[in-house]
Design a binder for this molecule. Sequence first.
Ligand code: GDP
Ligand code: IMO
Ligand code: MG
Length: 433
Amino acid sequence: MTSVAVVGSQWGDEGKGKVVDLLTEGADLVVRFQGGNNAGHTLVVGEETYALHLVPSGILHPGKGALIGNGVVVDPDVLIGEIDALAARGIAVTPANLTVSSAAHVIMPYHRQLDVARERPLPGKGDRAVIGTTGRGIGPCYEDKASRQGLRMGDILLPDRFRARARTAILEKNALFAHLYGLPETGLEELEALRLKWHARLAPYIGDARSPLWEALRLGKNVLFEGAQGSQLDIDHGTYPYVTSSTTVSGGACGGAGAPPKSLDKVLGLVKAYTTRVGEGPFPTEVLGPLGDRLREAGREYGTTTGRPRRCGHLDAVAVRTAAALSGITSLAVTKLDVLRGLGPLKIARGYRLDGGELLCMPLDIHDLARCEPIYSDQPGFDEDISEARRLADLPSGARSYLDALEEHCGVPLGLVSVGPERGETILLEKFF
Ligand code: GDP
Ligand code: IMO
Ligand code: MG
């Protein structure tokens, strides 16, 4: 029995979807534990491409179980849409293979409205930090969870409780909408109509998602935890306030799914061979201008969720090293190495210079991070097509030496290398299950 957590070690979009799909082959159960449909996980299987936001990426494999844990925030309409879209492509997502935690919080329409309203300028009210959120209501939903005003998936099953809790929740929202944001108020009736619709479609999926997890662990099955976002977007350890609102490091699987800490046998840290970031916030190795544009085009770096162009830059080993410390990363999955073809010479930030000293981990405050100068290690790069490589020995020397430098500077061994978006375009170096 093994359990493996797959986590992003940068700012998200490292290729978690591809790797989770690949590893699901050997897993029995795949578990999402945080985030919501701010995530966009892309899977390529043969000619088919799937973009999943909420349903765990393991769902493409028949006979595997999937859980949406209590730490996830669920937009029920998005979940229904995803189940229907998968069904239309012949992939059955039924209560037999997906359980949604009754304790997962519901993203309500007012959460989305609030998220979007906060990102707009408020004339006459001074400047506010724009985060560049996905506008999916993630932050406001987690706020209500923490302030205990949230509605949970289990409330969809209980009309009286849903009504009472929704009534309380909209009191404050409507005051904000009317007096600060100039938005129409939310009526209780429209929320009750939504509850009816959600109940009709989702009731059989809602349950205690901890029990199937505990049962799988007890029976010695193989469990895969699918992280969303990345370490630098973690609410506590990321580049606050330019972060998401959940715990994205591996420990999030404990709170967000009920996994006992000792049940995480391996933590696979996803590392894109360069760095990208969507939204605002510091990014020490960002490359603006033609090289940044070439990376974006070569890697098709446009968001899976919002379509926004991703900011691109050199690989930042300091960020990965920090992620490794936070998540206890046992090996690295390097993705999109193929994208660097012909873009040499390449650079890897092996440290930061700050106030005359050298740092190997990211400072916790963005005020300090903004003053850090990356210290680069130069790499020759490579010009060959590597998409057919299935063993390290198949790689040209420039790609090999880049991987060697990456491994050395990040301080964690490689577990796999991805050389293309398709499931099979992978060099597997470790047996995960
Ligand atoms: P996630 O959010 O971490 O799951 O990553 P995304 O799916 O948002 O972004 C990764 C993108 O890169 C997707 O379009 C994947 O299909 C693609 N991808 C994943 N691995 C590779 C790879 O090794 N090479 C190339 N060229 N594309 C990849
Ligand atoms: P996956 O799982 C990349 C970013 C947003 C924004 C910040 C806060 O596909 O890697 P939010 O809507 O969460 O309140 O936005 O976090 N962000 C992501 N960036 N990949 C993601 O998910 C992201 N999810 C959120 O762009 O900067
Ligand atoms: Mg993504």
